[in-house]
Write a protein that binds this ligand. Structure first.
Ligand code: SAH
Ligand code: SF4
Ligand code: F3S
Length: 468
């Protein structure tokens, strides 16, 4: 059974009293996909806050629902249409009761399918692509007259036009925050839709990033994760118009008072440079963790994927990072069943995983995406072979992940306390290597880095006791 609270939606819950001019309107942004969508959801909420919309987290309590969608795999894109089917019923019930509900499709499906969404889903009022969120108020106003689509890539910088959150809202979001510093991709891996849904690579200027992180630090944020589809290709301009690398940016961010931890994701093996490796060695705030997707352990498959590097380049990058920061933990993304992948190619992936040793990894079955070069390759792999390879790879990674976690038992770790834990009196936080840790402590410790002695390793988290 699904744990999604919206699945428990009942007809009697569907009618929300008509919004009067005095009652605040409510918006629910439901996000799918990557962390960049989580960041965008916050920006959309901020822009709508100025229009009098308060955030809510259920369909039933919302006057405006924004599905912030993901197009990366077929399953992700399909989810949107099943959700829209349910929302159509909700909208119908609302209209019958004399109140209204606006439905917006945002995110990467919006960008990829545009007008088609209006055709397929009659309940949708607005389709808005990721580069146009600053126009949300005007676009919503337009929908009172007609159903609307905006999937332009505007020339003006959307980041500049999107407002920062209010002090209270920023504070409520917690001590760890995402900041998009780079968006879009020019790499065109043959399986991937991102270059089409997010456009070409763009790096935000250094001051803009620094100002945003400073504002977050002022409301109690202690950890920032800098986001980008190719975050290590970051080359934003500084105030003198000079191109700045990710390594240099990390150094600037580390100087911001209050910021104690910095992470970044997602990196591309082709863009790993020594400057970034040095940042891990020299800057204590830069956490010893690197998400470095490799996709496959076979040079032949990497070439067919247009990843533009070989396995030895990946190993070189891992070795360079380990030389600078011996305790660094690695995670990765893998695709199994890419067109033409033989048993031998898959065996090479398994042996790469064995060679590197990952603290964590995401594994996916290759999914045909319309419009991408790989979708037209004729040596597609049958579903049952993909399933078998996926299970084998997942079993190996689960074993490595658990072994990595288990090695922490008996050690004392620095834990950033993020929130209350599952059980009364318990707090939850993360270790430098991104392991979840639960332990007993007062709630006043949220936002502090404390020492926790690890006593136990359970599924997906560590358990420990506070030291001093
Ligand atoms: N920019 C990042 C990845 C962004 S997409 C990089 O280059 O590594 C996140 C992950 O989704 C990818 O790393 C890949 O493993 C997976 N993915 C992307 N397209 C896919 C597809 N068509 N089928 C299956 N997995 C896919
Ligand atoms: Fe997609 Fe490749 Fe760009 Fe990553 S680098 S976003 S996988 S095209
Ligand atoms: Fe999905 Fe778009 Fe992110 S396709 S993974 S939401 S960039």
């Amino acid at each position: 059974m699904s744990s999604d609270p919206n699945d428990r939606m009942r007809k009697r819950d569907l009618v929300r009293p008509m919004t009067t001019s005095t009652a605040a309107k409510r918006v629910f942004v439901k996000s799918y996909g990557c962390q960049m969508n989580v960041y965008d959801a916050e920006r959309m909420t901020d822009v709508l806050d100025r229009e009098g919309y308060k955030a809510t987290d259920t369909f039933e309590t919302a006057d405006l629902i924004i599905l912030n969608t993901c197009h990366i795999r077929e399953k992700a894109a399909d989810k949107v249409y099943s959700e829209l089917g349910r929302l159509r019923e909700l909208k119908k019930t609302r209209l019958e009761a004399g109140s209204d509900l606006k439905i917006v499709v945002a995110g990467c499906v919006a960008q990829a399918e545009g007008q088609d969404i209006l055709r397929r889903a009659p309940a949708v009022d607005l389709v808005v692509g990721p580069q146009s969120y600053q126009n949300l108020p005007e676009l919503l106003a337009k929908t009172t007259k007609k159903r609307t689509v905006d999937t332009e890539f505007p020339v003006d910088d959307k980041f500049k036009s999107l407002p920062s959150p209010s002090h209270d809202r920023a504070k409520a979001r917690g001590v760890s925050a995402f900041v998009t510093i780079q968006e879009g991709c020019d790499k065109f891996c043959t399986f991937c839709v991102v270059p089409y849904t997010r456009g070409s690579e763009y790096s935000r200027p250094v001051v803009e990033v620094i100002d945003e992180v400073k504002r977050l630090a002022d409301v109690g944020v202690r950890e920032v994760t800098l986001l980008g589809q190719n975050v290590n290709a970051y080359h934003g301009l500084d105030d003198k118009g000079r191109s700045t690398s990710l390594g240099q940016l990390l150094s600037h961010v580390s100087e911001i008072s209050g910021i104690e931890r910095i992470r970044y994701t997602t990196s591309h093996p082709l863009e790993m440079d020594e400057n970034l490796a040095n940042a891990h060695r020299d800057i204590p705030e830069v956490m010893p963790y690197l998400h470095l997707p490799v996709q496959s352990g076979s040079d032949k498959i990497l070439e067919a994927m247009n990843r533009r590097h070989k396995i030895h380049d990946y190993i070189d990058a891992i070795t360079m990072m380990r030389n600078k920061r011996p305790d660094i933990a690695f995670s990765s993304d893998f695709i199994v069943g890419f067109p033409g992948e033989t048993e031998e190619d898959f065996a090479a992936t398994i042996s790469l995983v064995e060679q590197v040793g990952f603290a964590s990894a995401y594994t996916f079955k290759y999914s045909i995406r319309p419009g991408t070069p790989a979708s037209e390759m004729d040596n597609q792999i049958p579903e049952e072979i993909k399933d078998r390879r996926l299970h084998a790879l997942q079993a190996l990674i689960a074993k490595q992940q658990r072994a990595y976690q288990d090695r922490m038992v008996g050690q004392t770790l620095d834990v950033l306390v993020e929130r209350k834990g599952k059980h009364p009196g318990q707090m939850a936080g993360k270790s430098p290597h991104l392991l979840a840790v639960a332990f007993e402590a007062p709630a006043a410790y949220i936002g502090h880095i404390v020492k926790v002695r690890i006593t136990d390793s359970v599924t997906n988290s560590l358990v420990g006791t506070l030291v001093n």
